[in-house]
Design a protein around this ligand. Structure first.
Ligand code: SF4
Length: 97
């Protein structure tokens, strides 16, 4: 059970390839694919070394690492497939401020 780190992933928009890449990118085996979905392995969560490789890979807002000791959250910032479908505006143009 995690004590210091909580990791949440929403892989609903991920391709099969991206799921496999996420599993492969973590040096401490925190992610696994079960029944075609990415799962966080709770027994591994506290092994996270905060290398942020998963955050660089996962599309924006689909993965979050929370440091429970400081409540700081690190958010995914990658450019995985279907990233535009996660935004309300899917044509790539920004709404005026
Ligand atoms: S930050 Fe690094 S160690 Fe932690 S879950 Fe992501 S890839 Fe794994």
């Amino acid at each position: 059970m995690a004590t210091f780190i909580e990791i949440n992933v929403d892989d609903g928009e991920y391709t099969e390839e991206l799921r496999k890449k996420l599993v492969a990118v973590c040096p401490v085996d925190i992610f696994a694919v079960e029944n075609t979905r990415v799962k966080v392995r709770p027994e591994q969560e506290d092994e996270c070394i905060l290398c942020e490789a998963c955050l660089d890979l996962a599309p924006v807002r689909t993965l979050q690492i929370r440091k429970t000791y400081s409540n700081e959250c690190l958010m995914a910032r990658g450019e995985g497939p279907n990233i535009e479908s996660l935004d309300s505006d899917s044509n790539g143009e920004s709404e005026p401020l």
